[in-house]
Design a protein around this ligand. Sequence first.
Ligand code: SF4
Length: 158
Amino acid sequence: MILPEPQSLLTQDSKMPGLDGEKMSKSYNNTIGLREEPESVEQKLKTMPTDPARVRRSDPGNPSRCPVWKLHNVYSSDDVKSWAIKGCKSASIGCVDCKGPLIDSVLKEQQPVRERALEYLNNPESVQAVIDEGSERAREVARDTLEEVKDAMGLNHR
Ligand code: SF4
């Protein structure tokens, strides 16, 4: 096989929900940036809409009607999810409580991304070095592949 057909490599949750529960997309204005400041991430998640039935803290809700739940599905363990379902349906937790572990998980996931980005921001020359090295490696692979293709097509007249 010289030119294998690329296949998708999807995670279990290949569609990332946005702040409104729809697909996360800049054009929907419902995104969280990978390197967004923690305070901003926290604020966005805290003000996310929830099940409209939960007008008061004492009103029971249903996670299936709540955009926050879609993010729990991506970020939370089974234990946290069953705690949220039980607490939501019985109104034993409020939406602020429910969002707490989610906020922690999102911030924890972003932390190493922010740290690595900072290294490059403090040392922009290293970005060019990575690009140069990657380009050289890609050129070598492309050259070899082109030779194989020419061989296969009988176009190599050496
Ligand atoms: S408790 Fe959680 S799942 Fe239920 S409505 Fe509030 S944020 Fe959504």
